[in-house]
Write a protein that binds this ligand. Structure first.
Ligand code: AMP
Ligand code: GLY
Length: 423
């Protein structure tokens, strides 16, 4: 099979690494890719916003399957256009991608189909939103409706913070993403990410993972795209997975189909495990980054037929097998991230992969033949272990061998799981 992978992050490096191992693969292209992905795929400098150009390239190379990694092209309808051109594509339609593209859309779906989530209201202007916050009190959560690169959410511990967040949204801090605001009840519990494939009818639960969103050790400081992750997430016991499938995923699949927006692709459900059970914080419609890196490390099965079955309505014919080992990834980011940071800082050394560890590239580039950091999140140092404690020790041992002066990382990725394992 000839495959085109869209994207350039650590997630796509992990997908490329795994797809490249498939005996079914004839050729793998990646647009735009990154220097790590170049080890497994031919990089193509396509503008993925130009759907006609992507289709023309796919036709020219006789591409049979396109895998879309990030959310932006999905929300822009790239999957619809590729499918209309007769090319099998992994990723939801533009209409179904609203699950990620509009928080209000998802909250309304939850309300219609009785999916557990925090109580909420949607607002198009500041004054009624402020009134609602004063009525409800803090803690309370303020969210820009649209895609805001993970930055449009304020978990306000005080009313003043909530009111400021409302003003920030309506003052344009998140552009059009903030033109509508969702105000939502604060959910208390432990977070977990849950991944599940669906072809519109059948669901296939994948392994569980936990992300660390805050920039600083001890889960402090501003939110980021994710500073590290591990799998499995012990909070997602088999019983909790079963409840999540029944109470959240299955009603979403049937509800989306009933509403005329059948969902095909991967559900990435952000959950809060509260005293009542799993509640939906949000849906994403693509693999998590860096959660994907630990999932791909643990996946024993061939990824390509699983993704293809998801895209072509035959998910009931495949299964996913997982290694028993834990996997953990540490994100190395540019100093200053998630705020402003220097670009094009030199990375002197990235250690080689071994049987138990691998460094995935995210925001890297080659400049005059030298590896430089071009993004906020730059490298994902990923390792296996018999448990999270061992995976963590191996990942940090390898992290310490990366030579990049402008990089930093959290030193405590996996702390909840390590504490549980020590207990
Ligand atoms: P989101 O972008 O919706 O995943 O939100 C980012 C982060 O904000 C989540 O990972 C949670 O840590 C936090 N968060 C979002 N919604 C809530 C909520 N209703 N209650 C508590 N924390 C929340
Ligand atoms: N790591 C969280 C995300 O991919 O949105």
């Amino acid at each position: 099979m000839k495959v085109l992978l869209i994207g350039s992050g650590g997630r796509e490096h992990a997908l490329a690494w795994k797809i490249a191992q498939s005996p079914l693969l004839d050729a793998l292209y990646a647009a735009p890719g990154n220097p790590g992905i170049a080890d497994h795929a031919t990089l193509v400098a396509l503008n993925v916003e130009d759907h006609a150009a992507v289709i023309a390239f796919a036709k020219e190379k006789a591409i049979e399957f396109v895998v879309i990694g990030p959310e932006a092209p999905l929300v822009a309808g790239l999957a619809d256009d590729l499918r209309a051109a007769g090319i099998a594509t992994f990723g939801p339609s533009k209409a179904a991608a609203q699950l990620e593209g509009s928080k209000g859309f998802t909250k309304d779906l939850c309300a219609r189909y009785d999916i557990p989530t925090g109580a909420y209201q949607r607002f198009k202007s500041a004054e009624p939103a402020r009134d609602y916050v004063r009525e409800q009190g803090a803690p309370i959560v303020i969210k820009a409706d649209g895609l805001a690169a993970g930055k449009g959410v304020t978990v306000a511990m005080t009313e003043a913070e909530a009111l400021a967040a409302i003003d920030e949204c309506f003052d344009g801090a998140f552009g059009t993403a903030g033109a509508e605001v969702v105000v939502e009840a604060f959910l208390d519990g432990e977070e977990a990410s849950f991944f599940c494939l669906s072809d519109g009818k059948t669901a296939l639960a994948l392994a569980t993972a936990q992300d660390h969103k805050r920039v600083g050790d001890g889960d402090t400081g501003p939110n980021t795209g994710g500073m590290g992750a591990y799998s499995p997430a012990p909070v997602m016991t088999p019983a909790m997975v079963e409840r999540t499938m029944k109470e959240i995923i299955e009603p979403t699949i049937s509800g989306m189909a009933k509403d005329g927006n059948p969902f095909s692709g991967v559900f990435f459900a952000g959950l809060m495990i509260t005293a009542k059970g799993p509640e939906l914080i949000e849906y994403n419609v693509r693999f998590g980054d860096p959660e994907c890196q630990v999932l791909m490390m643990r996946l024993k099965s061939d990824l390509l037929p699983i993704l293809y079955a998801t895209a072509t309505g035959t998910l009931d014919k495949v299964q996913a097998e997982w290694r028993d080992d834990a996997a953990l990834t540490v994100v190395l980011a540019s100093k200053g991230y998630p705020g402003a940071y220097d670009k094009n800082t030199p990375i002197a050394h990235v250690p080689e992969a071994s049987a138990e560890a691998k460094v995935f590239h995210a925001g890297t580039a080659l400049k005059d033949g030298k590896l430089v950091a071009t993004g906020g999140r730059v490298l994902n140092v990923t390792a296996f272990g018999k448990d999270v404690t061992e995976a963590q020790a191996r990942a940090y041992a390898l992290t310490d061998r990366v030579e990049w002066e402008n990089g930093f990382c959290r030193r405590d990725i996996g702390w909840q799981a390590v504490a549980r394992e020590k207990a």
